[in-house]
Design a protein around this ligand. Structure first.
Ligand SMILES: Nc1ncnc2c1ncn2[C@@H]1O[C@H](COP(=O)(O)OP(=O)(O)OP(=O)(O)O)[C@@H](O)[C@H]1O
Ligand SMILES: [Mg+2]
Length: 287
């Protein structure tokens, strides 16, 4: 992938991060970078595209993306995309798994966690919450915690992400986690069992609190349905034990059932694609 290639060559490059907090960064170079990535994606997806073929694209944004963020998207896609559908990421997940009746979608991505209460009709603003607490936040937490205990070790975003995706957990117990890290070039083993759990809890606690809030403020007749139908998606839903942790956080509310979707990272994309096919013309933004 282009991103992996860029990271592999990062010492020779001037890297620009296109996104922050789940939206396009509103900075000239970041917007240019996002536009180029999009162009590259379209070329990869449609290799035999002829001039005159029109491109319709659906782009997922956090539920609470601002009008400015959406305008930035329109600017970035101008020239590459003919029509644009801007969809709430959590709603795209609901669409993918065909869950429009009472359920709670929790999409834990890199920049944001998007939580959306579904109840048959289109979700309203107070059915949705966006937290800037997700994978990137967890990476920063783990980095901070490792450096606090072992100030001398050398860490990079790639090392942290690999460790997190392999060992991250919020269950009560875990096998000891020992990783080899470099101390000024000299490799040594470090125990990060407790660091890992405590850091991961820093991410899951606020998510659980937001879930409690959306359950607690819902029509009491349907709260049980919400609690029993929690759908976890996004790369962050792969964290070991997160489903049980969310269920446990709703014990005092009467218990819950939370399940991770099959295709954590791509579920939202599949939903967005389905929406493209189903959506009548008037919902599309003309560029
Ligand atoms: N096993 C795992 N445990 C914990 N986190 C994981 C795991 N696998 C992937 N992730 C994390 O999931 C995140 C990526 O998820 P996803 O692809 O859903 O994000 P995104 O849709 O690109 O971001 P956003 O929704 O914020 O725009 C990354 O932070 C990644 O490190
Ligand atoms: Mg996402």
């Amino acid at each position: 992938m282009a991103g992996d290639e860029a990271l592999a060559n990062r010492l020779a490059l001037d890297l620009v991060w296109p996104l922050a907090d789940g939206v396009v960064r509103e900075d000239e170079r970041a917007m240019e970078a996002t536009g180029l990535i999009l162009k590259h994606l379209i070329e990869q997806a449609l290799p035999s595209r002829k001039s005159g073929d029109r491109v319709h694209a659906a782009v997922g944004v956090p539920a609470q993306a601002s009008i400015n963020n959406k305008k930035a998207l329109l600017d970035v896609t101008e020239g590459t995309v003919d029509k644009l559908l801007i969809v709430s990421e959590a709603f795209a997940v609901a669409y993918a798994v065909d869950r429009f009746d009472e359920c709670l979608i929790v999409d834990i991505g890199a920049g944001t966690t998007d939580i959306c209460r579904m109840h048959g009709s289109m979700p309203e603003p107070d059915d949705q919450v966006t937290l800037k607490i997700a994978g990137d936040f967890l990476d920063a937490e783990i980095t901070r915690a490792i450096h606090e205990k072992y100030p001398e070790v050398q860490l990079t975003p790639q090392i942290i992400r690999r460790i997190k995706e392999k060992y991250g957990y919020v269950s009560d117990t875990s096998d000891p986690i020992r990783v080899t890290l470099s101390n000024r070039g000299i490799p040594a083993e470090y125990d990060i069992t407790d660091i890992m759990r405590e850091s991961c809890l820093q991410m899951t606690r606020p998510i659980a609190a937001a879930v409690q809030e959306l359950v607690g403020s819902f029509d009491p007749d349907f709260q049980a349905d919400l609690r029993q139908n929690i759908v976890l998606a996004g790369g962050g839903s792969r964290l070991k034990g997160i489903d049980l942790a969310i269920e446990r956080s709703l014990k005092a509310y009467g218990g819950a059932s939370a399940d991770c979707v099959q295709d954590a990272e791509y579920c939202g994309c599949l939903g967005a694609l389905k929406m493209c096919v189903d959506m009548p013309e008037e919902y599309w933004e003309r560029i």
